[in-house]
Design a protein around this ligand. Structure first.
Ligand SMILES: NC(=O)c1ccc[n+]([C@@H]2O[C@H](COP(=O)([O-])OP(=O)(O)OC[C@H]3O[C@@H](n4cnc5c(N)ncnc54)[C@H](O)[C@@H]3O)[C@@H](O)[C@H]2O)c1
Length: 369
């Protein structure tokens, strides 16, 4: 595709899709060509946000985008090169397949699908159609995480034997009208936050091959649904603890919660409130990295040396988060190169998520073939 022509992007779903649209409105070489969202109040909100952040000219341009009630009409119209799917989770698999069949490149929100078998079908279709497929994990676009992964892959951390990853929310349940907390509709903390934390640690470790998992998925706080007027029951996991073992022998512990009767560490007042905290550590025989605290501890004959994560100057200049992810997606469309978040990795992640769920259901560890 010619570099001079802007990539025409279609945004689908204006919950999380708003953040993608904001990034697209500020990215050179990208045009918001179409938007699909049945709720018109969300569209109005988006135009206001673009005007505030990027100015009246950008908002006027965004208002020229074609509008649809449904993503299928957009995919069929031929007015976009790529679509960003920010639909409810249980629509991801079918929508990704539909768009790829229409010849449209896909950037799909996380989790890429609900089950690994669905992701295998999406991956095969993208390959058969020779189209770019990417799943959203904008948190990978972080210089500290890139630097950690590069150090791990170069052997600078020694043998990596363990990683820990947490996203702890005390009162941060994304009800989403009900589907966010319903286990039959793609809800629950494993699929929502678990994939983020699992992928963060797996990415930083250099993506070793998973072989076995053990997990507990708990639905601990369904009473929080009271007064929420949910269209479906709160019965999905809101606290999940899992362990993955890789073919290298390394292990990864992941803990994610929507709600918890706990206070943020080092919080004195004992108020639960809507707080959250993160952990992300990769431990090797030569050095360990704490990404959240920007700390590298290196083994040294004279004692441990503690310093910041060494981030090369080139990485410090990288485009980060959602903007970085969108630039990577549109570059992949232009050049045909693999995006950073590949369909193959999406499949490995979904295999880990499937196995974690099965382990909790059966009370046994589950092998990944
Ligand atoms: N990457 C991240 O950090 C991040 C953050 C939040 C949410 N997400 C993911 O984004 C997805 C959406 O989450 P959300 O919080 O925005 O949910 P949401 O329910 O708030 O938004 C979904 C939107 O899709 C619209 N929609 C439904 N059917 C449609 C159709 N056929 N065509 C077009 N639009 C349609 C709905 O009207 C709604 O506005 C989820 O899969 C979630 O996991 C990712």
């Amino acid at each position: 595709m010619a570099r001079s022509k802007p990539i025409r992007i279609g945004i689908v779903g204006l919950g999380m899709g708003k953040a993608h649209a904001m990034a697209a409105a500020g990215l050179p070489g990208v045009e918001i060509a179409a938007i699909a969202e049945p709720d018109s109040s969300r569209l109005e909100q988006l135009h206001n946000n673009i005007a505030k952040q990027h100015g009246a000219k950008a908002a006027a341009k965004a208002k020229q985008a074609r509008l649809y009630d449904d993503y299928k009409a957009m995919a069929r119209d031929g007015a976009v090169d790529g679509m960003i799917l920010a639909l409810p989770t249980d629509m991801h698999a079918a929508a990704s397949r539909y768009c790829l069949k229409q010849g449209v490149h896909v950037l799909c929100e996380k989790p890429p699908t609900v089950k690994a078998s669905e992701m295998a079908a999406v991956k095969k279709l993208a390959e058969d159609q020779n189209l770019t497929y990417m799943f959203c994990r904008q948190q990978r676009f972080d210089p500290k995480k890139f630097a950690t992964r590069d150090l791990a892959l170069a052997g600078k951390l020694g043998t990596i034997y363990h990683a820990e990853s947490k996203w702890m929310r005390t009162r941060g349940v994304p009800f989403r009208g009900g589907w966010g907390v319903n286990k039959d509709s793609g809800g629950g903390v494993l699929l929502d936050l678990g994939i983020h934390q699992l992928d963060d640690a797996w990415f930083c470790m250099g993506s070793p091959k998973p072989v076995e998992v053990f997990a507990g998925l708990h639905c601990g706080m369904p009473h929080l649904a009271k007064g929420q007027k949910l269209s479906m029951p709160y019965n999905a996991d809101d606290c999940t603890v899992g362990m993955v073992r890789f073919d290298t022998g390394a292990t990864l512990m992941v803990t994610v919660t929507f709600a918890l009767n706990e206070v943020k560490p080092d919080t004195e007042d004992g108020v639960i409130g809507n707080t959250e905290w993160f952990e992300l550590k990769v431990l090797g025989s030569k050095a360990g990295i704490d990404v959240v605290r920007n700390r590298m501890v290196s083994d040294n004959p004279k004692g441990a040396k503690v310093g910041a994560i060494p981030v090369p100057a080139k990485l410090k200049k990288m485009r980060t988060q959602i903007g970085g992810q969108l630039a990577n997606f549109t570059d992949a469309i232009r050049t045909g190169a693999q995006p950073l978040n590949t369909a193959e990795q999406a499949l490995h992640l979904m295999q880990m998520l499937d196995a974690l769920r099965k382990s909790s259901e059966t009370g046994r560890s589950v092998r990944i073939k």
